[in-house]
Write a protein that binds this ligand. Sequence first.
Ligand SMILES: O=C(O)CCC(=O)C(=O)O
Ligand SMILES: [Fe+2]
Length: 286
Amino acid sequence: MTRPVLSRIPASEPAEAIVGALLADGAVIVEGFLSEAVLRRFNAELEPHLEEAETKDQGYVNDGYAAFYGPHMRHVLAVAQKSDSFIDEVLCHPVFVAIGDRVLKKSCQNMQLNVAHVLERCPGATAQILHRDQVVWPDIGPQHPHRQFASVIALNEFTAEIGATLIVPGSHIWEPGRRARPDEVIAAEMPPGAAVIYLGSTLHAGGANVSRDRRRRGMHVSYCLGWLRTEENNYLSLTLDRVRRLSPLAQTLLGYAAHDGLSMGLGYLGAVDLADPLDLFAQGRL
Ligand SMILES: O=C(O)CCC(=O)C(=O)O
Ligand SMILES: [Fe+2]
């Protein structure tokens, strides 16, 4: 049996092509997601945080969390607070916004950032267990098949040897309980600046880094329905002062906008003094 492959689509292609491949296969590789100039700037901003992460105890709250990420990692959390390039070039990336519009907005008014962290898998890092990201929330029925979508952006070249993300194409529509055979798992090998984007229902894992001396630097960023609790607490990870200075789109994607579900028969969530926080930011009242 031949190994499955993922479509590779340039970021400049119409969003329909990218979303079409994502929904068909459960994952897609988007090439040129970040330009070389952006990548250089972003990596330079991250460097001091990665160095700090090397010397810091990760302090995972429990053994399960620690085992999920594993040792031999330089792990930088709350990238939205630490990097302007992240806000300008990643958080509000038109490809992410277009996927959100077509995949998540059937079930919410606004999508929001779920987590934004850098996972630098160092030599000795072992593969994560294959998992589906959206199981952090309960299944909310066939009416809402997508709770989340995620991506890993290659901040350096991703090869299987250094731990490229492992993907199981097609697993987003598998019957419950079906396990992946080894020949159904592929490594998302890709050049720097490309991103593998996958649905919350797609089996995947961070790969093992079996090289002697090379690190795999990946930015894991995911978005979820606007009314779910996010994995990373963006309200407390970012300072209010920083959020005030961001664009309304960035504020919305960080979960600060009220979620007006009235047209969907749902409620109005996230108000401050009965108002939309975005209006209060714009009026200088928050
Ligand atoms: O690092 C990777 O390639 C994947 C990370 C991942 O799947 C996760 O953190 O949920
Ligand atoms: Fe994951």
